[in-house]
Design a protein around this ligand. Structure first.
Ligand code: PLP
Ligand code: SF4
Length: 367
């Protein structure tokens, strides 16, 4: 009998270059070459969702020769390594950290921002986890820990619970967040046991990663439902990708479908300037066009923030279509979602009382 546990399904993933080449009718030598730069793996579940060569799901996981092309991308465009006090922690913002606990993923996104680390056990290693917890414990300003990787749900329930328990014992850690692509790549990973375990560590948030409406299936809905029923607020972080979701209609459908499975869209990321991912990048104007096609045209709940993670390590910067036509002391002219102009009158500032200013002669000498 076949092992249908998540571990069994994961084991049957397509991972050798030969298997991948055979399955997708590619040149095995080329796949081998690409896999040397960034690991290739596709779960049988996700491979089964691909309908045609080159479609939106295919492009996300099947290696492409364009990954080998030289361009101006960087290995670490966000300068995360400079903000890493210990290898498993990125501390960039005042009150929260990114905690990398697994180098593995169920499938490898060809556009991954953390390609330099993901898939490499020397970059994100269990022995760094203890250092990460120690760092967080020693830094009382850290009130929010984003547990990521790789995919933290590649760890067993037991190992993940060990980490959650250690973090929960730190009094200044108010909230925990998990970032995972499992409900998309391997929904079987979300078991009732996992949901029951996570529930013990509230307040815990889970951010998932769906990029296309076809990824929201009955199986992924089941997985998300288990998490939501455990009281876990769910958010989605999508990446704007050429040939995948760089189309306002596709993005709108994705956001609407996420709400039907109780996931609140959180971010749309502009694709980072990562080496070997130039073929996925779109213009920023495309992102703005998509945001304009969302706001007002569908539920406000379906509208996430569109952000650019600033190259060099400036953090996430929101990009908003311009709805402010003009501002004066008398009025603000606004543009609504359909492009019509409206006037909002400003409150009149009270006549300021003239301040009594001491005569110049009484002022202290300037130098
Ligand atoms: C994205 C990110 C966070 C979390 O940012 P939020 O805007 O609070 O979701 C924290 N640290 C780093 C380094 C990040 O890249
Ligand atoms: S699931 Fe996340 S960490 Fe893993 S390859 Fe995709 S983007 Fe990278």
């Amino acid at each position: 009998m076949e092992d249908d546990s998540w571990q069994g399904l994961l084991k049957r993933s397509l991972k050798s270059p030969e298997e991948i080449a055979r399955f997708f009718d590619l040149d095995p030598e080329k796949v081998k070459k690409i896999a040397r730069h960034f690991r290739v793996q596709i779960t049988p579940y996700y491979a089964g969702l691909i309908k045609a060569k080159g479609d939106a799901l295919y492009r996300q996981v099947v290696p492409d020769a364009a990954e080998l092309e030289e361009h101006d991308g960087a290995a670490d465009p966000l300068n995360e390594d400079d903000d890493s006090p210990v290898p498993s922690v990125v501390h960039r913002y005042p009150d929260r950290v990114l905690f990398l606990v697994s180098h593995l993923c169920a499938s490898y996104c060809r556009f991954c921002t953390r390609k330099r680390k993901v898939g490499d056990p020397n970059q994100i290693h269990p022995r760094f986890i203890e250092d990460g917890v120690d760092y967080i414990r020693a830094h009382p300003e850290v009130r929010d820990v984003v547990i990521s990787g790789g995919d933290p749900l590649m760890l067993s329930d037991r190992r993940l619970e060990h980490i959650l328990k250690l973090l929960r014992e730190i009094p200044h850690v108010e909230i925990l967040r998990l970032g995972t692509r499992m409900p998309c790549y391997l929904p079987a990973r979300i078991t009732p046991e996992l949901a029951a375990m996570l529930k013990k560590y509230h307040p815990l948030y889970v951010n998932v990663h769906f990029n296309h409406p076809d990824e929201i299936t009955e199986e992924s809905a089941r997985a998300l439902n288990l998490l939501a029923d455990a009281g876990i607020p769910l958010g989605n972080q999508a990446v704007l990708l050429k040939g995948v979701n760089d189309d306002p209609a596709v993005m709108k459908r994705l956001m609407q479908k996420l709400l039907t499975v109780r996931v609140r869209p959180y971010y749309i990321y502009q694709a980072d300037c990562v080496k070997g991912t130039a073929h996925f990048r779109t213009t920023v104007e495309k992102g703005i066009e998509i945001m304009q096609a969302l706001r007002g045209w569908t539920s406000g709940m379906a509208v996430p923030y569109y952000v650019i993670d600033a190259p060099g390590g400036g953090g996430k910067i929101p990009i908003v279509p311009n709805y402010l036509h003009s501002v004066s002391d008398e009025q603000v002219v606004l543009r609504n979602y359909a492009g019509e102009l409206f006037v909002y009158p400003q409150v009149r500032p009270k006549k300021e009382k003239r301040q009594r200013i001491a005569p110049c002669a009484a002022a202290p000498p300037q130098s």
